[in-house]
Design a binder for this molecule. Structure first.
Ligand code: HEM
Length: 222
């Protein structure tokens, strides 16, 4: 077993599987947030469900947190191992010749996403925990949409979110597409799968950008 954990192939597979899991999370997170721009009522209903359902709160949420931590810890280990694998550095490293900017900068785009998650937790998760467990307010199923709108009043905050989503697109562009190869998915659907992954890498972050802008503008029209 320890041999398997230590092998670089196993690490790549683990990276790909945790990444694919996070892609699923991203899709559901996007779907719920997207409702906020056309139906505040639906958004409130879904948020109330997610925020109060015990299976979501005490089973899915811990799994998600584990998935996020696992993915970034493994990412760092992979990067360090790859660097150390070549004791003597190339005299002139011309990565652009055989690897895209995206694939060579997964750590950079990953770090920007990590920083975004720090900000995002500070914006949403911390106030939510305080609301529920410290101030112990009675549950109000209509509060979520207004709280969401308030978070996007600041143009600086909205801008930081948008920049993060651009890096998310870069990260997904390489990460999602190459995850199929890492898990050994190699058949007549591989080309279609890669195209799907690259479309996803653009559409979902772009969607998050649109949500941020619409929410930012919505507060001023009241
Ligand atoms: C416009 C874009 C986004 C909006 C409006 C948004 C909004 C929210 C809201 C309302 C929550 C719920 C907090 C709570 O009550 O627990 C949340 C949680 C979260 N968001 Fe986002 N989010 C956005 C983008 C993203 C992106 C791009 C990622 C990942 C890269 C992300 C990762 C998370 C995570 C990991 C959580 C914690 C989930 C949990 O509660 O367990 N979000 N977000």
């Amino acid at each position: 077993m320890s041999g398997l954990i230590k092998s670089s192939i196993a690490r790549k597979v683990a990276m790909a599987l945790s990444g694919l899991f996070l892609v699923f999370f991203l899709l559901q997170h996007f779907s719920i947030n997207f409702t906020s721009i056309f139906s505040p009522d639906l958004f409130n209903e879904l948020s109330h469900f997610m925020g109060t359902n015990p299976i979501v709160q005490f089973a899915l949420q811990p799994v998600l947190i584990f998935g996020v931590v696992f993915h970034f810890v493994m990412g760092f280990i992979l990067e360090i191992k790859n660097r150390n694998a070549r004791a003597v550095k190339y005299a002139k490293y011309n990565g652009g010749a055989n690897a895209s900017w995206m694939s060579r900068n997964m750590i950079l785009s990953g770090l920007v996403i990590l920083a975004f998650l720090g900000l995002h937790f500070y914006d949403f998760w911390v106030p939510e925990l305080v609301h529920k467990y410290v101030e112990a307010h009675p549950e109000d199923p209509t509060r979520y949409y207004h709280e969401l709108q308030d978070k996007f009043i600041s143009p600086v905050r909205t801008g930081l979110y948008i920049i993060s989503f651009v890096f998310l697109a870069l990260h997904l562009w390489h990460g999602f597409a190459s995850s199929f190869q890492s898990v050994g998915f190699n058949n007549k659907f591989s080309v279609a799968a890669t195209k799907f992954a690259k479309a996803f890498a653009i559409v979902i972050p772009l969607g998050f950008i649109i949500i941020s802008i619409v929410l930012h503008l919505s507060k001023h029209s009241h």
